[in-house]
Design a protein around this ligand. Structure first.
Ligand code: NAG
Ligand code: NAG
Ligand code: NAG
Ligand code: NAG
Ligand code: NAG
Length: 423
């Protein structure tokens, strides 16, 4: 994907006569272009209403749209037809990171690993190299121009908050101090780039559905309960965003129950156990329904970020019986290691493909799975003072879920940048 300079040439000034003669080859070109886009764009998530129910294999179904697709909003060039950005390899790159930890005032203390004592920064010197093409270089000016007058909203859990922060750090360095701000209003955190009249926002909704973990500050509940089908309560706050970036994974992996009757505050309510797969189905179905009711595909784009892998048990990648990501500074070499629940990937595939509104899937799970070196581990702010016992065994409190910044999540944003502007 090296088409970073596509479509920039302006037509020469012309008299009406020469314009008419120019017009027909131009129309022909436009037609050919739309046919090319029509056939070769990554259809996997754009078009998916499957009309043919005869074959019932579970593989991803791709059907032809009835109407020719318009160019996607925000697109300024084409992607490299058919190139899968998500399969590739990690390449050492000492030109990284794209910003320094000390340079970004918006980083939260849960992600600033160097500040919290991480002794080496090898994890920062990697870029992702897809097999069939290259990712266009991240260009903050271009992105801010593209976001002019727009609202971008990340919605989901703390991993999505990390990606939101990473994007702000990637963009904020070209904005002078007086022209930017960050504010929090309950579940919503808003970064404003004043001269661009653009906001980049994060909305806390770890299950997407209404749940008992919705308090943006106090949500450490072990007994997690979701409310059936209730995406609209949060969804009310997502309306009008021009770019929506969803995720939801980590909260689903422990025990879960579902509220069938009543509200969370009621004394009498009906609650049932539910498997994580069934719960996730409900959430994804509700999300797709919300998107199809509320998103205008002529002006908005929707992204879904796949599961962020974890590294809490070394034996899963052939390591120590008791280890985790603590003290890990290298990647996992086994290319088949997958650090997340495959069953949930299947649910995503199944449910999101039912959307008639294009949802662009950012499939970061496999590519992030080798990155046991990139977690915050013990190098972050601890909210509760550590005990003597913990201090003597650092592994016991290492965070093998979240990621250091700058770091891995910057690459997720390069992929987002790529799919937004060069779909
Ligand atoms: C970044 O994008 C801007 C605006 O499109 C362009 O003027 C500039 O040349 C680009 N920078 C690089 C390094 O490509
Ligand atoms: C700023 O952007 C908002 C949308 O986020 C739009 O409604 C408003 O008209 C814009 N204002 C200016 C001055 O461009
Ligand atoms: C959730 O609600 C939907 C629609 O109202 C219903 O079909 C489904 O059975 C409910 N699921 C559970 C687990 O109660
Ligand atoms: C960290 O790993 C290195 C080998 O990679 C080992 O030599 C060292 O003892 C380990 N440190 C701790 C504190 O476990
Ligand atoms: C995402 O990538 C994984 C592994 O590369 C693959 O198994 C899965 O099918 C992909 N998911 C989608 C929805 O494309």
């Amino acid at each position: 994907m090296s088409k970073t300079s596509g479509d920039k040439s302006k037509p020469p000034p012309s008299s009406p006569v020469s314009r008419a003669t120019l017009l027909s080859p131009f129309l022909l070109l436009a037609f050919i272009f739309s046919i090319v886009v029509f056939y070769f764009i990554d259809f996997s998530w754009y078009v998916s209403r499957v009309q043919d129910h005869e074959h019932s294999d579970t593989s991803q179904k791709i059907s032809t749209p009835e109407k020719r697709r318009e160019r996607l909003p925000f697109a300024i060039g084409e992607g490299n037809n058919g190139c899968d950005l998500f399969s590739g390899r990690w390449v050492r790159d000492y030109g990284r990171p794209l910003y320094e930890e000390w340079e970004c005032p918006y980083l939260e203390p849960q992600t600033t690993c160097l500040e919290h004592g991480r002794p080496e920064k090898d994890y920062q010197y990697w870029r992702w190299q897809p097999d069939g093409c290259s990712i266009p270089s991240f260009n903050a000016t271009l992105m801010l121009e593209g976001l002019r007058g727009k609202r971008t909203m990340f919605i989901g859990d703390s991993l999505n908050r990390g990606q939101f922060t990473s994007l702000i750090c990637l963009l904020q360095r070209i904005i002078p101090p007086h022209a930017k701000s960050m504010q929090t209003f309950g579940s919503l955190t808003v970064f404003t780039a004043k001269e661009y009249n653009a906001t980049i926002e994060f909305y806390w909704a770890p299950f997407l559905l209404e749940s008992n973990a919705d308090n943006p500050f106090k949500h450490r509940v072990s007994d997690r309960i979701i409310r059936n089908g209730s995406v609209d309560k949060h969804g009310e706050h997502w309306k009008g965003a021009d770019i929506l970036v969803f995720n939801s994974y980590i909260w689903w992996i422990s025990g879960l129950r579902i509220l069938l009757q009543g509200s969370f505050e009621d004394e009498v309510k009906e609650i049932a156990d539910i498997t994580r797969e069934d719960g996730y189905h409900i959430a994804m179905k509700s999300l797709v329904k919300w998107i199809n009711t509320n998103v205008d595909p002529q002006k908005s784009r929707v992204f879904f970020i796949s599961m962020s892998p974890t590294h809490q048990r070394s034996y899963k990648w052939g390591g120590d019986q008791n280890g985790n990501c603590y003290n890990e500074t290298t990647m996992i070499e086994d290319p088949t290691f997958f650090g997340a629940k495959k069953s949930l990937m299947q649910v995503i595939t199944e449910e999101l493909s039912k959307s008639t509104i294009p949802i662009t899937f950012i499939n970061i799970t496999q590519l992030s799975s080798p990155r046991k070196d990139a977690h915050t581990s013990i190098y972050k702010k601890q909210w509760v003072p550590l005990t003597e016992k913990q201090l003597s065994d650092p592994q016991s409190y290492a965070d093998c879920i979240h990621w250091c910044l700058p770091g891995l999540q910057d690459i997720w944003n390069e992929l987002l940048f790529s799919k937004l502007f060069y779909p």
